[in-house]
Design a protein around this ligand. Structure first.
Ligand SMILES: Cc1ncc(COP(=O)(O)O)c(C=O)c1O
Length: 452
């Protein structure tokens, strides 16, 4: 695997020199050329914003896709059975992430559905998962008629707390599903050790973690299977799309078979002739594959640029009272920065609520949001577990205990109150744009009292 172009240590050495003496309190320094900082009136109160320029639009069309896309459209070979673009994409994506094999799928959700089925998750099982994730990660477990059992989040890393997993294991547990949320790799060494000890497969939800790294390997290549999304907002986008990665030929043959209506595939299924196994149609189209092949070309360079800007933000934001940037899990070496997350501690802002902080920052021209809420109280869990099927599969006692357990996620609950996210495309901008971000937060900090 290629070495990082920018290492954390090298980067910090190159930025701290210029930032010497940049302790923020009591007087906050101004970075770059931004004229509107410090005590000047907040934009939300009618003052001039720190930033008026646009941020880049995502996704970015690669003109190199025009010829192959047109010729594919004209050929009529839009289905993977008639073409070779999905095959080519699978090969190139496997090379990019250092996996033995990849199966292209219709979406990240499809990839997760397939992975859970192939790893044997069945009706009435339980799967241990992070609560801090996009709801697709909950849904795919429900799709197997299994129960998503949440192990609390480590607030510092935004990922599943490995020390909370073992308590959740029981005789029905059939898999662990860590999520590399925002692109931050979960603590895989500890999670894999728990999987090994209890003989449980580990499936990585790497849907936000292309080219993130853990212990010298890419996220999505550490567990039994890894799942990726190529939906429109993602770093390698094709509108919709996904992939499963793995290093075990038999498992990958079964993933391929499942995604292709259960038709046997590969050496390990040769003896089955044409007798199908259970499956579905979760195939990627050739059009998606052409787009992905063109989008993949910028992935490595973009990842390096995001890392460089994120490390710069880390070095500046940690100096602002009440702003705590994400921390990498033990063993994690690199995030993909699908989101740049930090925690906002309102007690350092005279108790200014997070929503007001976010609104003030947005008014300064800085896109940001509060991220995931306590989604397990949004109705999804209750709708599933009060269904006829779940009442058949699980005892009333288990379902009631499950309801109670949703109230026992204190770390995650706090994180949903304090998190703030910046978006990946912001990290593709210039250093001076990062200064705008820092200066805008400083301006809100200095003027916090005017918002109370
Ligand atoms: C963490 C996570 N898991 C799963 C998915 C599902 O992927 P898709 O939207 O491609 O189905 C996403 C997509 O946003 C995601 O962010």
């Amino acid at each position: 695997m290629k070495k990082n172009h920018v290492t954390r240590r090298k980067f910090i050495a190159s930025t701290t020199a210029g930032a010497a003496g940049a302790m923020i309190t009591p007087s906050l320094p101004v970075f770059g050329k931004s004229p509107v900082v410090g005590k000047s009136e907040l934009a939300i109160k009618g003052g001039a914003p720190v930033r008026t320029g646009d941020w880049m639009k995502w996704p970015v069309w690669n003109p190199e896709a025009e010829k192959p896309m047109l010729s594919l459209l004209q050929s009529g070979n839009w289905f993977r059975g008639n073409g070779d673009k999905c095959n080519e994409f699978e090969k190139k994506y496997a090379e990019l992430i250092g996996a033995r094999r990849v199966v292209a799928t219709a979406s990240g959700t499809s990839a997760l559905d397939i992975a859970l089925h192939v790893m044997g998750v069945d009706a009435g099982d339980e799967v241990i998962v992070s609560p801090y994730t996009f709801i697709a990660t909950y849904n795919v477990i429900f799709n197997q008629k299994a129960l998503p059992v949440f192990a609390d989040t480590n607030q510092e890393t935004f990922t599943i707390d490995p020390f909370k997993i073992e308590d959740k294991i029981n005789e029905r547990t059939s898999a662990i599903l860590p999520v590399h949320i925002c692109g931050l790799p979960a603590d895989m060494n500890r999670i894999l050790a728990i999987g090994k000890k209890h003989n449980l497969p580990v499936i990585e939800d790497a849907c936000q973690a292309w080219l993130a790294e853990y212990d010298g390997k890419m996220a999505g290549t550490l567990g039994d299977l890894g799942c990726f999304s190529f939906q429109n907002s993602k770093h390698i986008p094709s509108g919709e799309g996904g992939a499963i990665s793995g290093n075990n030929d038999e498992l990958m043959d079964r993933c391929f078979a499942f995604h292709n209506c259960g038709r046997p595939h590969g050496k390990s299924m040769q003896g089955m002739g044409s007798n199908p196994v259970r499956g579905s149609n979760k195939r990627m189209t050739e059009l998606q594959a052409v787009l992905l092949l063109s989008q993949m070309e910028r992935a490595r360079g973009d990842a390096d640029k995001r890392l460089e800007n994120a490390l710069y933000l880390d070095s500046k934001l940690k100096e602002i009272p009440g702003i705590i940037p994400y921390k990498l899990s033990d063993g994690a070496t690199r995030s993909s920065y699908h989101l740049y997350p930090f925690r906002y501690k309102k007690e350092h802002f005279d108790d200014l609520p997070r929503d007001k902080f976010i609104a003030a920052l947005q008014a300064e021209g800085i896109p940001c949001g509060g991220g995931y809420g306590r989604q397990y109280f949004d109705g999804l869990m209750e709708e599933a577990i009060s269904s006829r099927g779940y009442k058949r599969l699980f005892s009333e006692e288990r379902l009631n205990r499950y309801r109670d357990e949703l109230h026992q996620l204190p770390e995650n609950d706090q994180l949903t109150r304090e998190a703030v996210w910046f978006y990946q495309y912001m990290l593709l901008a210039d250093r001076s744009d990062m200064d705008d971000v820092v200066n805008a937060i400083q301006k809100v900090y200095e003027n916090r009292k005017s918002l109370l």
